[in-house]
Design a protein around this ligand. Structure first.
Ligand code: 9WN
Length: 473
């Protein structure tokens, strides 16, 4: 069956057919590392592949992003995974979120990795021996990292509850609500380094888009030598092509920033005076604002007051507009707090504030222009998948991780924003393109932004989860 024939068999209207998704034969059947194969022939097959992938990655109370590359629990992965699980295994959606929040620190931070103590030393790098969370007062009994990731969990909990608004869901929502509030309080109280109402990330890993060109300028100032990596064994490059991953110099800098934070017991008190990486990220802050909108709705369900959440949401949107919106380019850009300058690279991060329902029409219109431009190519009939970086930039890299490839979580967020702001035809184009990627290549971690070929882990959980959500919509 040709890729086009596959795409029409997903019950999508013929007029939503992209002109040239053009997935080549080699982009199709790639053996999944845990579950299925690429290229199921119809919507039922695609759904089964996605469910099989999630089932194969389920580990007693959470889902691993990938059995090989990421065998522990990751924070924002669990939120995206819960959104998909809510479609097929609602009990697991709640267990997924509950297990993550059991590892919440006393200060409210939700760690970006929760380590599975049953796994051997070296199952992932950098492992618990590098993070040493047990030495820090306020860390949970289980070993974790000390970083955070974008707070998309309140949105996930809200969507899971809307999908199955039953007494079990309501009880789970009631238990989660105070933990979600504490997560936001940590970010607002401890991570507003500039005092401007926005959260500052202290490591590129906190963005979730680890080696995005958005961090190049700030990372260039972090002193480190690639040669230090000869003392370590990277786990990722044993399971994925090194040319599709961050470089050794990136990793040397990642480790230097971890050491700086860890050696101050992950304290946020004096970050401004010496921490080597301090950036306000548009996606992280859009998620921070969207979380307050979601919490306002959750508050209404659990009998709490939505008012303070609405007020905080409005303040976050206002701060994003004031501090990260670039009038010259008509998109949002990260701000490096060490130089107090906006970053110039145009990445897909800039489009993600569309997930804020209260983004004003003028800025929405500008972001839609940016999304439709040759840089990102969003259209009712998309020629090619949404890239993570400006595809016209000279340093666009179609194979390397967050420097070009297409990722489903980002497309899912942008599509959500387009729907929120009245662009159903663009949202349909994006949905069709994302489903086409998984139909063509399977539940890969990321995809070649021209050919749609699958890259990274071939059985990646959030890809499976979000395609289930897209199919159900
Ligand atoms: C570091 C688990 C995580 C995702 C991130 C993605 C990648 C880790 C890594 O995998 O990061 O946290 O080892 O590269 O960049 O977004 O949460 O899927």
């Amino acid at each position: 069956m040709t890729a086009d024939a596959r795409l029409t068999s997903f019950g999508l209207p013929a007029d939503a057919e992209p002109s040239g998704v053009g997935l080549p034969a080699d982009a199709r059947a790639t053996r999944a590392d845990a579950a299925g194969t690429g290229g199921p022939a119809d919507a039922g097959g695609l759904r089964r592949l996605a469910v099989d992938t999630l089932d194969a990655n389920w580990e007693h109370d959470h889902t691993v992003p990938s059995r090989t590359l990421y065998p522990h629990q990751w924070s924002w992965d669990s939120a995206f995974i819960a959104i998909g699980l809510a479609q097929v295994r609602p009990d697991r959606a709640w267990r997924e979120l509950a297990s993550l929040f059991r590892a919440q620190w006393a200060d409210g931070r939700v760690p970006h990795i929760v380590f599975n103590p049953a796994l051997r030393v070296g199952a992932y790098f950098p492992g618990p021996e590098m993070w040493r969370s047990a030495d820090v007062p306020g860390a949970p009994a289980v070993a974790t990292s000390g970083l955070v990731q974008p707070p998309v969990h309140a949105l996930a909990a809200l969507l899971a509850y809307r999908r199955a608004p039953d007494p079990t869901g309501l009880a789970a929502l009631r238990r989660l609500y105070p933990a979600l509030v504490a997560q936001q309080r940590y970010l607002a109280d401890r991570r507003d380094v500039a005092g401007d109402g926005l959260v500052c990330i202290v490591h590129p890993w906190e963005s979730g888009l680890d080696n995005s060109p958005a961090w190049d300028e700030s990372m260039a100032a972090v002193p480190a030598e690639a040669a230090v990596m000869s003392a370590y064994r990277r786990h990722d490059t044993a399971h994925a092509d090194a040319a599709h991953r961050p470089t050794d110099l990136d990793y040397a800098r990642y480790l230097a920033i971890v050491a700086a934070y860890r050696d101050h017991d992950y304290s946020d008190r004096d970050l401004a005076t010496g921490h080597p990486f301090l950036v306000e990220c548009p996606l992280f802050n859009a998620a921070f604002g969207a979380a307050e909108h979601a919490l306002a709705e959750i508050a209404a369900f659990v009998g709490a007051d939505p008012g303070p959440h609405r007020a905080r949401a409005a303040r976050i949107t206002e701060a994003l507009l004031r501090r990260l919106y670039d009038r010259d380019t008509g998109t949002f850009q990260p701000r490096d707090l060490r130089t107090d300058r906006l970053v110039s690279a145009r990445t897909v991060l800039g489009l993600t504030p569309l997930i804020l329902p209260d983004l004003p029409p003028r800025e929405v219109d500008a972001l839609v222009v940016e999304a439709r431009s040759a840089r990102f190519g969003v259209a009712g009939r998309m020629d090619r998948p949404l890239p993570t970086y400006d595809r016209t930039a000279p340093d666009f890299e179609p194979l390397r991780y967050w420097r070009g490839p297409s990722w489903l979580n980002i497309g899912w967020l942008v599509r959500r924003g387009l729907l929120l702001h009245g662009h159903p035809e663009l949202a349909a184009g994006l949905r069709h393109s994302m489903i086409g990627l998984v139909a063509g290549a399977g539940c890969h971690e990321y995809f070649h932004p021209d050919t749609g070929a699958g890259l990274g882990s071939p059985a990646f959980s959030w890809t499976a989860a979000l395609v289930l959500d897209l199919l159900a919509d």
